[in-house]
Design a protein around this ligand. Structure first.
Ligand code: PLP
Length: 402
């Protein structure tokens, strides 16, 4: 079939908001209570049940949740935390904001996740913890990470922003007490959304009052409890803190999104495997791994890596050419240590980068792009993405040979 350009722009992701979510939001508006309240509390219970954890607390974003985990763990200036550069910047910035030093280790070039064989060389007397990032929704090899953490007396906080619904050895990410806390995101491009929003999953009861305080002005009791008939109107601030609470309007979305999450992820899985089939035999691109029994993928992103020398154009030229064909893509992510602030930061903290650099992170960072993937994507949309990719590469290769 001759190639024809898609008529309308296809974004790389789109949230799946249905009538049930809309009705629930309208119900909140009519109820007279739209900020943190009973629906937020119900959503926390749903998250706990879904993930198999005793405590989940919601707040305005995963970034805030990450910041609060670092405060809760009393991260001190100069403390070192080991993580990867191929992540959203908040994984590092929330450590830096507390005065900590994110020490970077390279990724596994197949999975794009932290390579545990690199961990021990990065541990120093200042190391306090490890933040593995389940990038693309593919779980990290947690057993090796927990083992090293335990031997060196380090905590593990999982960046599970992209991993709602993913499993490790059959347990939901965040549901293993060997990680002290895990953080989920409900940003609109995630597998389920509350508009904006994030949550901390944890096992220890002792963190509960501090997390409540740190998300709301240093006050332990939620406003809706104070303003209810039984509540006391008096408050007491026991430490200074941000305002990062979650609204019932957001919970209205979350309560219905979480019910659909397994269905959404099953559809993502189908589309992910269909992409793998459609790209079979194309040697200009490197395909992502679909996970396995141990690493239960939730198929958040389908990340291709382009071989520029074979394709005849760079990744950035490829992204621009696909846009011309009405195909949207994303870049997840530009390695954090390439950003201006972190170039300066690591110039000052050279010991926080491995002596042999981050070759796999940089190799992938130059080549990766995320293709359209969300449950509402049709097979026709997907065929158009693949046709556009083949068309752009064929055109680029022709220019190279001429
Ligand atoms: C790996 C990772 N960590 C953290 C975040 C931060 O999430 P939020 O936008 O909810 O703050 C994101 C969001 O894109 C992410 O992908």
């Amino acid at each position: 079939m001759p190639y024809t350009r898609r008529e309308t722009f296809l974004p790389f992701t789109r949230p799946m908001i249905g009538q049930a979510e809309i009705d629930e939001m309208i119900d909140s508006i009519h109820s007279g209570w739209i900020t943190t309240g009973p629906k937020s509390a119900r959503f926390e219970e749903e998250l706990q049940t879904y993930n198999g954890v005793p405590h989940c607390r919601v707040m305005n974003s995963a970034t805030t949740a990450q910041e609060i985990t670092m405060q809760c763990l009393n991260l001190q200036p100069g403390d070192e935390v080991i993580t990867t550069s191929l992540t959203w910047v908040s994984t590092l910035s929330t450590v830096v904001l507390q005065g900590g030093i994110p020490v970077l280790v390279d990724i596994d070039p197949v999975t794009l996740n932290l390579n545990p064989s690199k961990l021990e060389a990065a541990i120093t007397p200042r190391t306090v913890g490890i933040i593995p990032v389940h990038l693309t929704g593919l779980p990290c090899p947690m057993e090796a990470i927990w083992d090293i953490a335990q031997r060196h007396g380090l905590w593990v906080v999982e960046d599970a922003a992209q991993a709602m619904g993913a499993t490790y050895k059959g347990t939901k990410i965040g549901g293993d007490p060997r990680s002290v806390m895990s953080v989920y995101s409900f940003h609109p491009n995630k597998n389920m959304t509350t508009g904006e929003g994030g949550a901390i999953a944890f096992f220890k009861d002792e963190f509960l009052p501090r997390i409540q305080r740190l998300r709301f002005h240093g006050i332990e009791r939620d406003a809706w409890k104070r303003q209810s008939k039984e509540g006391s109107v008096h408050i007491d601030v026991t430490e200074p803190a941000r305002k990062a609470n979650f609204m019932d309007l957001q919970a209205a979305l979350g309560l219905h999104q979480i019910k659909q999450l397994d269905g959404f992820n099953a559809r993502r899985r189908q589309l992910f495997h269909r992409y793998l089939d459609l790209f079979q035999g194309m040697d200009e691109v490197m395909l992502p791994t679909p996970g396995d029994e141990i690493h239960g993928h939730c198929f958040h992103l389908f990340v291709l890596r382009l071989h520029p020398e074979k394709a005849g154009l760079s990744r950035d030229e490829f992204v621009a050419a696909l846009k011309e064909e009405n195909i949207g893509t994303g870049i997840h992510y530009r390695p954090t240590h390439w950003h201006t602030y972190y170039q300066d930061f690591y110039a000052k903290h050279a010991h926080a980068l491995p002596k042999d650099g981050l070759p796999h992170t940089e190799w992938s960072g130059e080549r990766l792009l995320s293709l359209p993937l969300w449950p509402g994507l049709t097979e026709e949309d997907q065929d158009q993405v693949v046709a556009a990719i083949k068309h752009v590469i064929a055109k680029a290769r022709k220019n190279v040979t001429v």
